[in-house]
Design a protein around this ligand. Structure first.
Ligand code: 6PG
Length: 247
């Protein structure tokens, strides 16, 4: 596991460069790169940095495929949409190919949207003969959720499936999420976490005993790939190595 701690100011650019270099190397090595994007607020500034920095990287964007790790069951033009946020922040500002971008079909009924996405993923990995993503971006909720796998939800126990759609509760509503069996096949898994409020959860995920029902983020364990935590100084304050955080 790799840990990078950056100042709030440096985090977006550092993380954007890490993402772009992984994509660049994957296309060089495999002639394709399949990415699972995360949602929520944290990645927005990183996506905006990608939109600024991408020309510095030699990437054939026709070989880059974008999926999402999870989605809210809202219209794509809703401010809550993870697809909408990523599109506004960077996808419509880089030479990504529209036919290589795969949003969840939130216009379908929940179960159909989940099975539709699972079929799209299985077809995609069959065609490019890969077993999983080259790059997965993940966030972390204060309650220990990641993707849209929430504590005490059935999603923490599902095995053999790749996509799950369910109603989390009356407040969060319905969600679609990829599951660990697929995520853990990835080559690179990056947790992007910012803010003081997340510090106790980061510490719990990393150092408390394995309790995935309570801390679903602990389900993320790459089979052959690598796991990287990219944190700002506030999110890292309870796990920071003794030496000064690197800038
Ligand atoms: C979502 C995300 C979710 C998110 C965490 C952290 O759809 O909301 O996929 O897992 O990454 O809730 O969200 P913030 O970055 O907004 O704190």
């Amino acid at each position: 596991m790799k840990l990078e701690i950056k100042s709030k100011e440096d985090f977006p650019t550092f993380t954007a460069r890490r993402i772009l270099s992984i994509i660049e190397r994957a296309v060089d090595t495999h002639q394709h790169c399949t990415v699972a994007l995360s949602g929520g607020n944290t990645p927005k500034s990183v996506y905006e940095a990608i939109a600024r920095l991408y020309p510095e990287y030699d990437i054939n964007w026709r070989r880059v495929y974008f999926f999402w790790g999870d989605e809210r069951m809202v219209d794509i033009d809703s401010p809550q949409s993870n697809f909408g946020m990523a599109t506004r922040a960077f996808l419509d500002k880089i030479p990504a190919q529209p036919f290589n971008i795969f949003p969840f079909r939130t216009d379908f009924p929940l179960d159909q949207a989940a099975s539709d996405y699972e079929e799209k993923l299985r077809n995609h990995f069959d065609v490019i003969t890969a077993s999983g993503f080259n790059l997965v971006l993940l966030g972390l909720g204060e309650d220990g959720h990641t993707l849209s796998i929430f504590p005490q939800s059935y999603g923490t126990r599902l095995r053999g499936e790749w996509v799950y759609g369910y109603k989390v509760d009356d407040v969060i509503g319905e969600r679609l999420t990829l599951l660990p069996d697929l995520i853990n096949q990835a080559e690179h898994i990056l947790f992007l976490v910012n803010g003081k409020a997340k510090a106790p959860t980061v510490q719990k995920v990393m150092f408390s005993r394995f309790a995935p029902d309570d801390i679903p983020a602990q389900l993320i364990r790459p089979v052959n790939g690598n796991l990287e935590w990219l944190l700002d100084e506030e999110a890292a304050e309870l796990i920071r190595p003794k030496s000064k955080a690197s800038n």
